[in-house]
Design a binder for this molecule. Structure first.
Ligand code: UDP
Ligand code: MG
Length: 353
């Protein structure tokens, strides 16, 4: 085996980092050999970091020595490493969410636990997030070290598609190394295989203006093996359709179904009107015309679509009016909650100014 091609860590930490707390979340599934090098690498990259930081390692129900390795490394990490152990393999997205739930920082970094991402990039990305007041800085594996046909080509196509459909223009959605503002990330719930679409989901609570990308280093996998094969391409395509639907029609699903219903209904109505003219004005028989079937079919389909739309609207209303989800997100929630009572515009308060 060739030796790890990791260059020696060089803590290049921006001097002007505004105060914050940093949480790094890493899901790990059967990555026993990677635990120790990862922890060491993160520690080396963050040596002398001016703000408090924590590394949250999530054991996603591994069946190898990962949990034991995690505990061993946490014990000798001087309190920086925290572990979350899941009861079974819940997959990468859920494992990442578990880590996010456990995190306490106002800046959250996610990355892979297989050393393909390099923690050296973290301080630079965090600096950019805070300085430019962004909600997400996504890594871009410009020089990606994976196979071309099975990994890079599908991902190239997927990236183009996702960008077109979601309106969030990133070059590399698949890169796990991402830096988030915690308030934005914590307003999302991640499940299924959503981790690939986090930038798109994030765009439902922030503007694309607050999403930036940054070129990051990428290493080939040295220990362990990839958990995914080519079959994920199909799932990505399906997910993409659902993401598109949710982004456009989340709070007004009736418009989606209703829109299709109206189009079909108009076509069906026109066809039937034409046939009615033929029958009653021209007095020709229309009973055997295929067009008649098409007309009826379209009208029935339209009724179906519109009633699905009504149902979807009812569901959306139940969801939003239950108060469980808000249709908006504020950026200064804490300030709003902390600000004290009403200000009276009395001469007295004026003279204090
Ligand atoms: N992973 C996980 N649960 C799973 C599959 C993967 O926590 O069910 C973790 C894995 O340990 C790694 C990251 O998710 O830290 C990315 O997985 P992998 O490297 O296999 O994906 P690839 O880089 O090949 O896309
Ligand atoms: Mg990997």
């Amino acid at each position: 085996m060739n030796t790890p091609s990791l260059a020696p860590a060089r803590p290049d930490i921006p001097a002007d980092l505004p105060p914050h707390r940093l949480s790094i979340v890493v899901p790990m599934y059967n990555e026993a050999e990677n635990v120790e090098p990862l922890v060491e690498r993160v520690q080396a990259s963050l040596a002398g970091y001016p703000c408090p930081w924590e590394l949250i390692l999530v054991d996603d129900g591994s069946s190898d020595a990962t949990p034991a390795e995690l505990r061993r490394c946490a014990a000798k990490s001087a309190g920086h490493v925290r572990i979350v152990e899941l009861s079974r393999n819940f997959k990468q997205t859920a494992a990442t969410q578990a880590g996010i739930d456990a995190s306490r920082g106002d800046v959250i970094v996610t990355m892979d636990g297989d050393l393909q991402n390099d923690p050296v990039d973290i301080p630079r990305m965090v600096g950019r997030l805070l300085r430019e007041d962004l909600d997400l800085v996504a890594g871009w594996r410009k020089d990606r070290k994976d196979g071309f046909l099975l990994r890079k080509l599908p991902s190239l196509i997927a990236n183009r598609l996702i960008a077109r459909m979601t309106g969030v223009y990133l070059r590399d959605y698949g890169c796990s190394l991402k830096v988030f503002r915690a308030s934005a990330l914590k307003s999302l719930r991640l499940y299924g295989e959503m981790h690939r679409f986090i930038p798109a989901w994030l765009a439902t609570v922030t503007t694309p203006r607050r999403i930036a990308q940054e070129v990051v280093t990428h290493h080939p996998r040295i220990f362990g093996e990839s958990k995914y094969g080519i079959s994920r391409t199909l799932r990505v395509v399906l997910d993409l359709i659902f993401v598109y639907f949710f982004m456009r029609f989340r709070s007004r699903p009736g418009h989606f179904f209703g829109g299709i219903g109206l189009m079909l209904g108009t076509a069906g109505g026109l066809i039937l009107a034409y046939l009615a003219t033929v029958k009653y004005v021209l007095h020709e028989s229309i009973g055997t015309r295929p067009l008649l079937f098409l007309g009826f079919f379209l009208v029935i389909a339209a009724v179906q679509m519109i009633s699905s739309g009504v149902l979807a609207e009812v569901l959306a209303r139940v969801l939003f009016e239950s108060g469980a989800v808000r249709s908006y997100l504020t950026r200064n929630q804490q300030q709003i909650e902390d600000s004290d009572g009403w200000q009276l515009d009395t001469p007295d308060s004026d003279s204090k100014k």
